[in-house]
Write a new protein. Structure first.
Length: 475
């Protein structure tokens, strides 16, 4: 009997999983699965403990789903990628594995690990890898010269043309396999990492993720363009933690969207298309990461921006992390991140701009801090978002575009509903003063138990423009 091994990584689902589906195609084969945890590696590459906890919960759910289909999930924990690669080689030998199936990861260290393992297995085990975590594989959407696009809009145009022609159907979960006896439930031990609570905003399981997707595409997506920038409204899908860990696939998102809004690829002005556009941004950043692997090493896309003389300001950085900058919208956003591991996209843009363009602190400090907290931490999207906000990335905001944190708050959280939910010190401040509470308190001679602004925005703006201009001149 041939043995097929499915190596799960960040694809923790049984529905629409290309590697799993391929491994199960032969009804005669024995199919087993494995997950190898590498907590030290994850920690050194800054995975948030709460994301690790989210993965662990989904691993338990995955083991139960697989066993219901006659597939045993083995589990091993070791320090890093090198150790995992050695262990997997021995495991394949012990289990007499004929073919190893896995879905590709595109980050540089992961790609090097996979290449090394394939090399080590060369003579003994066939390996089959799949493009699964994207709608279209990296390298498949290119300019006339065959290179990756550096600008988003032409990328999207070419991407959508290819998408319309491609087979993006979702695959069903495998059928239960015919096996003798019960499947062994190999014990799963919690990852050897600091523990962090996850709230109940993101229920566990593929079913919960699919239900959220269905409800969003039925009830909310039509209003996406009007609501997506308002943090006090549930106007976005909140699916990012599921997509980042592979509990949900982008094909499932696209197909559900097409089922509910069949005109999505033809009518390019409504909410459905607006949401698809965000899924395409997700693809853009991953395609960029493969074309420019230095992004994985946190190098700026625009080389001269490395000459910007960032401030060394540990106290300001700490105030930003803790949500104590004295700018209500920034503080509310950071407190939401610290408490839940999730932050609204508009707020990610505001706090990134504030750290880089008000405090003039190196964007990599923010990128790293986000990864240490986010439930949806994803190297490509996070690096893309930070490089966009810091004006160091390709097709990023120009360096002279500097958000004013007060007017951003006024535009997107006018009545301060979101602010009040996260900054209880401001509960009594009237709506129209919520974005500048100290001015209100001063007039009324009231004492506010809330920090005064760490920096004056208009001065900071001038200093930042000067720092970028000087870096550009020096390049
Ligand atoms: P929706 O608006 O419902 O969008 C649907 C999906 O599209 C998201 O779940 C996500 O997978 C993808 N998406 C949406 N916007 C973007 C975008 N701008 N770039 C890439 N993909 C996008 N997203 C992450 O998944 N992980 C990160 O680590 C991450 N870090 C970010 C850091 C900064 C500074 C910025 C500005 C953005 C970052 N984003 C990141 C992108 C975006 O903020 C989140 O994907 C989004 O807020 C998740 O909420 P949602 O699921 O409700 O999104």
């Amino acid at each position: 009997m041939t043995t097929h091994l499915v190596w799960f990584r960040n694809d923790l689902r049984i529905t629409d999983n290309r590697a799993l589906h391929a491994a199960c195609e032969d009804p005669q084969a024995k199919v087993i699965a494995v997950f190898v945890a590498t907590p030290k590696q994850w920690e050194s590459h800054v995975m948030a403990p709460r994301q690790a906890a989210f993965i662990y919960q989904h691993l338990q759910a995955l083991q139960a789903s697989l066993s219901g289909r006659g597939i045993a999930l083995f589990y091993h924990q070791c320090d890093d990628f090198a150790a995992s690669q050695r262990w997997l080689k021995d495991f394949c030998q012990q289990q007499h594995v004929d073919t190893l199936f896995y879905n590709k990861q595109y980050e540089i260290n992961e790609r090097e690990r996979d290449a090394a393992l394939e090399n080590a297995l060369q003579e003994s085990v066939i390996t089959r890898s799949f493009d699964d975590s994207l709608l279209l594989p990296p390298g498949s959407v290119t300019t006339g010269e065959g290179t990756m696009y550096k600008v988003y809009t032409p990328f999207r145009r070419a991407f959508l043309e290819r998408l319309a022609e491609s087979d993006s159907r979702s695959l069903p979960a495998p059928k239960a396999r015919d096996i003798d006896g019960d499947v062994t439930m190999h014990p799963l031990t919690p990852f050897d990492m600091p523990q962090q609570e996850i709230g109940d905003d993101f229920p566990v399981g593929e079913d919960a993720a699919r239900e959220r997707l269905r409800t969003f595409c039925r009830e909310t997506v039509q209003d996406y363009l009007e609501q997506r920038d308002l943090p006090a409204v549930d106007g976005t899908s909140s699916l990012s933690p599921y997509l980042a860990t592979g509990v949900l696939s982008p094909r499932q998102c696209f197909n559900r969207l097409r089922t509910e809004c069949p005109e999505v690829l033809d009518r390019r002005d409504g909410g459905a298309f607006g949401w698809l556009n965000e899924l395409v941004w997700r693809e853009f950043y991953r395609h960029l990461l493969v074309a420019w692997p230095t992004l994985c090493k946190h190098q700026p896309f625009i080389a001269w921006t490395d000459n910007v003389r960032w401030r060394h300001a540990p106290q300001d950085l700490q105030a930003w992390k803790e949500g104590k900058t004295g700018y209500p919208i920034v503080d509310a956003a950071m407190r939401q991140l610290n408490a839940t591991g999730w932050m609204h996209n508009r707020l990610r843009m505001i706090v990134a701009s504030f750290l880089v363009k008000d405090l003039l602190i190196d964007w990599r400090e923010g990128e790293r801090y986000f990864m240490s907290q986010l439930l949806d931490g994803d190297l490509a999207a996070n690096n893309g978002g930070w490089q966009w906000g810091a004006s160091t990335g390709t097709d990023a905001a120009p360096y002279f575009r500097i958000f004013n944190p007060t007017t951003q708050g006024e535009r997107f959280d006018k009545a301060g509903r979101f602010i009040k939910a996260w900054v209880p010190e401001l509960t009594d401040v009237p709506e129209k003063h919520i974005h500048q509470p100290h001015q209100w308190a001063e007039k009324l001679h009231r004492v506010l138990d809330y920090p005064t602004p760490v920096i004056d925005h208009s001065h900071a703006r001038k200093d930042t423009l000067a720092a970028f201009e000087s870096a550009k001149r020096g390049s």
